[in-house]
Every structure is written in structure tokens, then in C-alpha cells.
Design a protein. Structure first.
Length: 422
């Protein structure tokens, strides 16, 4: 089987040795990992996801995925392996474990957070039933023996002909945190992991008419506004939006992520949290209507086609770099939340859950996860300073929200061997 790359093109050309477009889901379990049970779980899981068992190759000037029957690689170290290389058997997905941690590494062009959560549900089911012999509610878990619908395979964007015309908009320059703080962008990517009890944050959101996504975006905006009360540039938080519902493709495995922009306007500064929350909720609601999400898809399709219009890899890389520079100027912070994990009975065995990816060019990406009664917010940065994390934690304190700074560590993601470097 051959699948020509389309939605995968931009993350492929954005990948660099020091900034690979990889998603790493890192899970700390209750007990040390049993290697044989983990091997069984990985092998069984991947039988359910044949569209992730692929090799990247080039044919007639086009990049395509072809079936890859080589074994999926599992390493006994969280260093992982380089994807799309001999070390990974030329797969774009790999697994590892160390002590009581497991991790899944996957090329972000192959899937997104929603897609990789499906793999996590399946993996945890097979691991926990093998390791602990527990009974399991399998509703909503993709298992071997299922009929795999073409709706999981199909690229719901590549052949879409009825997308609306995207709106043209010139957004004012976004506040750049690294520039404003005058801190050194020391190229030492760090992750600061903050844990908040789920019930506490959800109750706070309910009291203020917010969702967890809009509330975390608001608290971050408030923290930044207090740091820079006279800043002229716009505080603009980009919230990742799952495009599947708008595309009527809920089963798709592809990376289908758009964005909504939450702007902390000057006249909001004097309002209460509840009033600010109402404004953010309305911004989010308006931008996530089906028509507006599809306009966002149409804009992305334009970018993919523009990439395809370039004949060489060098030209495509240059184009993607230019687009990245423009994006850097319109976003202050990126925020991503897939939704509640709902990993069934496996949740009682999960002690920590981390979502890691390369930070955005503007400096900070916040990945949220809700697993086993806790929210984990992973602040992923291109620099080492805790300046903004500290400001966010003070905002939590000021609003009576308890938290724990669980870990501060250097970001370590496996590389992708890029085809033009072979």
C-alpha cells in the first residue's frame, strides 16, 4: 500500500536535528515495567494500527509511506531511537521503557495528540491485562480483531473540494516573551511539569463559566499582562483545535490540528476573572464553529499545495522556514489539550503522564493532559529560564488554585532521520 504525503509535508520539512517534529507520550506506572508484557503489548497494539507501520520513501519525486513489516523497535532506555533510521527499522514510531516509565515516540506528521491517545489506550489495555490480569471495560478502546474502517485510513483533507474560502486577516504583532524579558534564548530546551488536582481546576472553571482550555489560557494571559502592563504588542494565545468533527472524520488517524486565537485586549485588564472568562469563552466558541474551522483547514491546504509547488527539498525547506518566521510574530504562547485521557482501568496504575513535543518557534508550548484525577501542564520551552513558569504559578496561587511543580528537566526527544540528509 502507498500513501502520498500531504498533511504530513509541513511537519516533515519543519523537522530539524535539534527540533524534530515528534510527539512523546511518557507514562510513569505504579511498578517497574515487565519487559515481556511490554513487548507483547506493543506487538499486539501495532497489529491494530497498520497505518502507523510504514516506511518513508520517495517515488517519482513524491514522498510516500509504504508498508513496513519490520518489527517495531522497543529500547530499554528513555533515550529512544532515531525515527526513520536503521535503529528504528525505518519506522516513524518507536517505544521504550526504563524503570517504571514507558514512552511512545511518533512523527507528528503521522498523527496528533488525539491519534496517539488511541494508541495509548490500546497499549495500556494490552499491557495491564497481561501484567496485572485485570478485567477491563473495552468500550471505546481499539483492539485487534476490530474491522478497521477506511475512515481511519483516509486523508480527509487531501481530496476535499468543498472547503470555504479562508478569511484574510492581518493580525497585529504578538508579544514575544523572549524579547520582552530580555532573557537569553540559550537553546537549552526545558520542560517544567505542573500538576493540579482535576477536581479543583474543574470546580474553578465551573465557577467562572470556563473550560479547562480557556481558563489555563486566561491565567497565562493574566500572568503575562501583569509582567508587562505597558506592552504595546498583543498577548495572543493560540489554542489547538481538533478539526475532525468539522471535517466529519472522527476516526481519522491524521494530524488534524488547527488553531483559535485568544487575545487579551487592553480593555480586559480591569475586568474580573469571570468577565474575562466570558470573553475568552465567546472567542473560542466563535472560532470553533464548523465553518470557521473549515476555513482554517482551507488555509492549511493552501500551504501544503504551496509546498508541493516547489520542486526541490531545499526550496521547500526555505518556504517552511519563512512561514515559521511569520507564525512566530503572531503567537505569544501555544496551548494544546486533547481532552480527558479516559484510559479506563489503566488509570489506577498511572502515577505520571507527560506530553512532550518540540516547542514552537516563539518560545513556549504548553501541553495539557487530564489523567487519573490530575491535570499535568508541561511547559515546553526553547530556553532554560523559569521566569514565565514562575509567573504562571503565582497566578495560580493568586486565584486559590493549588499545584505542584513536579519536575524541571531538559527536553529530550528522539531525532528523525530526514530523507534529504541520507
Amino acid at each position: 500500500m502507498e500513501q502520498e504525503l500531504f498533511t504530513e509535508l509541513r511537519p516533515l520539512y519543519e523537522s530539524r536535528k535539534d527540533s524534530p517534529r515528534v510527539i512523546r507520550i511518557k507514562i510513569r506506572l505504579r511498578d517497574s515495567i515487565e519487559p515481556n508484557a511490554y513487548r507483547y503489548a506493543v506487538d499486539t497494539t501495532m497489529k491494530r494500527y497498520p497505518y502507523f507501520c510504514v516506511e518513508l520513501t520517495k517515488k517519482d519525486g513524491r514522498y510516500i509511506f509504504i508498508d513496513n513489516a519490520r518489527p517495531i523497535v522497543i529500547t530499554s532506555s528513555l533515550r529512544g531511537v532515531e525515527l526513520n533510521s536503521e535503529d528504528s527499522n525505518y519506522h516513524m514510531i518507536a517505544f521504550c521503557h526504563e524503570d517504571d516509565w514507558i514512552a511512545i515516540d511518533v512523527f507528528h506528521g503521522l498523527t496528533d495528540g488525539t491519534g496517539v491517545y488511541e494508541v495509548v489506550r490500546t497499549l495500556l489495555y494490552y499491557y495491564c491485562t497481561k501484567r496485572y490480569h485485570v478485567k477491563y471495560d473495552t468500550d471505546g478502546i481499539r483492539l485487534v480483531g476490530d474491522t478497521i474502517s477506511h475512515k481511519e485510513w483516509d486523508d480527509s483533507v487531501a481530496n476535499r473540494k468543498d472547503l470555504p474560502t479562508p478569511d484574510r486577516s492581518d493580525m497585529p504583532k504578538a508579544l514575544n516573551l523572549i524579547d520582552m524579558a530580555g532573557i537569553e534564548d540559550d537553546k537549552k530546551s526545558m520542560v517544567y511539569s505542573i500538576v493540579i488536582e482535576e477536581a479543583q481546576l474543574v470546580n474553578y472553571c465551573k465557577c467562572n463559566g470556563a473550560s479547562p482550555t480557556s481558563m489555563v489560557a486566561l491565567l497565562m494571559s493574566r500572568a503575562i499582562a501583569k509582567m508587562y502592563p505597558t506592552a504595546e504588542d498583543t498577548i495572543r494565545i493560540t489554542v489547538c483545535v481538533n478539526q475532525r468533527n468539522a471535517l466529519e472524520a472522527p476516526l481519522s488517524h491524521h494530524s488534524l490540528v488547527g488553531g483559535a486565537y485568544l487575545v487579551y485586549k487592553d480593555d480586559m485588564r480591569s475586568l474580573s476573572v469571570r468577565e474575562q472568562s466570558d470573553l475568552y469563552r465567546n472567542m473560542l466558541r466563535e472560532q470553533t464553529t464548523k465553518d470557521n474551522v473549515l476555513k482554517g483547514v482551507a488555509s492549511q491546504v493552501g500551504v501544503y499545495n504551496l509546498i508541493l509547488s516547489k520542486e526541490t527539498d531545499e526550496e521547500r525547506i526555505e518556504l517552511v522556514d519563512a512561514i515559521g518566521c511569520l507564525t512566530k510574530n503572531i503567537v505569544t504562547v501555544n496551548l494544546s489539550y486533547v481532552g480527558k485521557g479516559d484510559f479506563k482501568e489503566a488509570e489506577e496504575y498511572i502515577r505520571d503522564f507527560r506530553t512532550l513535543t518540540c516547542p514552537a518557534a516563539n518560545g513556549i508550548t504548553v501541553e495539557m493532559a487530564a489523567v487519573n484525577g490530575r491535570f499535568t501542564l508541561d511547559f515546553i520551552q526553547t530556553f532554560s529560564s523559569d521566569y514565565f513558569v514562575d509567573a504562571f504559578m503565582k497566578e495560580l496561587e493568586g486565584n486559590g488554585i493549588g499545584y505542584e511543580l513536579r519536575e524541571a528537566s531538559e527536553l529530550k526527544l528522539p531525532r528523525i532521520r530526514l530523507p534529504w540528509t541520507k
